[in-house]
Design a binder for this molecule. Structure first.
Ligand code: ZN
Length: 151
């Protein structure tokens, strides 16, 4: 990871950890899931309101490390307004990014700020922190109404 991206990564993590976006309970959500990452102790609840196949609103609550919280904050920001299929596609691409499957020079146009998580691939234990919110979002949309785990 070059120094510019590393600095941006730290800024984004700090910013979203300090002032997480969409950090609240959604009153009229029709999809919900709870996620848990036992390796780090991150816990997260995702609330999604889907209308006409569009993620009209999405929020999260929970406690965990800075990476899990910042990732959840960015995830809700990126997924809001997208169709369910688009949200799943973004999850797949994000997962490829943080597991190194996109290579060293990922095309980042459609990933936006998510690209700052590229460096996570160097820290396998952190991949679970960064992907927890996404796995939980996926689980909510699949309506698997149970506690999911990244294990
Ligand atoms: Zn964590």
């Amino acid at each position: 990871m070059d120094s510019e991206l590393r600095e941006l990564y730290q800024q984004v993590i700090l910013d979203h950890n300090k002032s997480p976006r969409n950090f609240r309970k959604l009153e009229n959500s029709n999809f919900e899931a709870e996620g848990y990452n036992p390796l780090c102790g991150d816990r997260i609840d995702i609330f999604i309101q889907v209308e006409n196949d569009i993620v009209k609103d999405i929020s999260f609550q929970g406690s965990g490390c800075a990476i899990s919280k910042a990732s959840a904050s960015l995830m809700t920001h990126m997924v809001k307004g997208k169709t369910r299929a688009e949200a799943e596609k973004l999850f797949a691409k994000f997962h490829d990014l943080i597991t190194g499957k996109l290579g060293d020079k990922p095309s980042i146009e459609d990933l936006g700020k998510l690209a700052v998580f590229a460096g996570v691939k160097e820290f396998p234990a952190r991949v679970k922190c960064a992907s927890l919110a996404w796995h939980t979002m996926h689980s909510a949309l699949e309506k698997e109404e149970k506690v999911i785990s990244t294990e």
